[in-house]
Design a protein around this ligand. Sequence first.
Ligand SMILES: Nc1ncnc2c1ncn2[C@@H]1O[C@H](COP(=O)(O)OP(=O)(O)OP(=O)(O)O)[C@@H](O)[C@H]1O
Length: 258
Amino acid sequence: MITADVVSFSYGRTLVLDGVEVAVAPGQVVGLIGPNGSGKTTLLRTLYAALTPRAGLVALDEKPIGDLRPRELALRLAVVAQEGSGELPLTVADTVLLGRAPHLTTFQRPGRGDHRIAAAALARVGVRHLADRVFAGLSGGEKQRVLIARALAQQADHLLLDEPTNHLDIRYQHEVLALVRRLGVTTVVVLHDLNLAARYCDELVLLDTGRVAATGTPDVVLRPEVLEPVYGIGVQRIATDDGVQLLFRPLDHEEKPA
Ligand SMILES: Nc1ncnc2c1ncn2[C@@H]1O[C@H](COP(=O)(O)OP(=O)(O)OP(=O)(O)O)[C@@H](O)[C@H]1O
């Protein structure tokens, strides 16, 4: 379980998170949604201790995250961040093997079991054929899938993902999020696509300029009266055989005479 308890954070004097509360129950997939600059990435970074809140507490199973040693944290929490993993001249196979590092002692090399786990992680995101390629030479979508494979190889019981569907084609947007759901690990995922959020998240946290504007199931949060004031866009909600779908229209356009 991961919780953010009345978390505030500032970059310099600018308050970017203001008393944010998030609680992710074991095995739950919680989506962080909200407009550009609303604080999603900043919140995610406080959840994996890359940023220290100015006030409030982030805890993993009720233990303050700041009290966990880096290796302990890496065994519990896998992260697929926006900033990627640098441009080290590593092969894809070696990049994914890095996910095994927290399971090894300082001078221990990955063993056969680690290679098997890394290969299985690559297969799960459909990029096993890229194993011998250099990571830096991959397309954006291929890189994204490899970074997700690295997180899977880490076998942590918490997973934090910042826009994991960025760069992915439509099929892999769904495959990756369906896979995340199937993993059954406690997950926080930043998503821009609200229809993906509707389909794959148990709960959503809607941020608006650093505050929680709404929280609850997709059915509760993804309503025109909730979304329109936050995003400033017209929202139509349609019930289909396949669940709720949202359609969007620019408000300005509608208000202007033809
Ligand atoms: N390193 C930084 N220094 C100063 N301000 C920052 C820094 N990183 C982010 N900010 C500001 O903090 C606010 C929240 O940014 P954040 O990246 O968390 O938003 P976001 O919701 O993830 O946005 P997006 O949807 O555009 O990715 C923004 O106003 C942003 O300009």
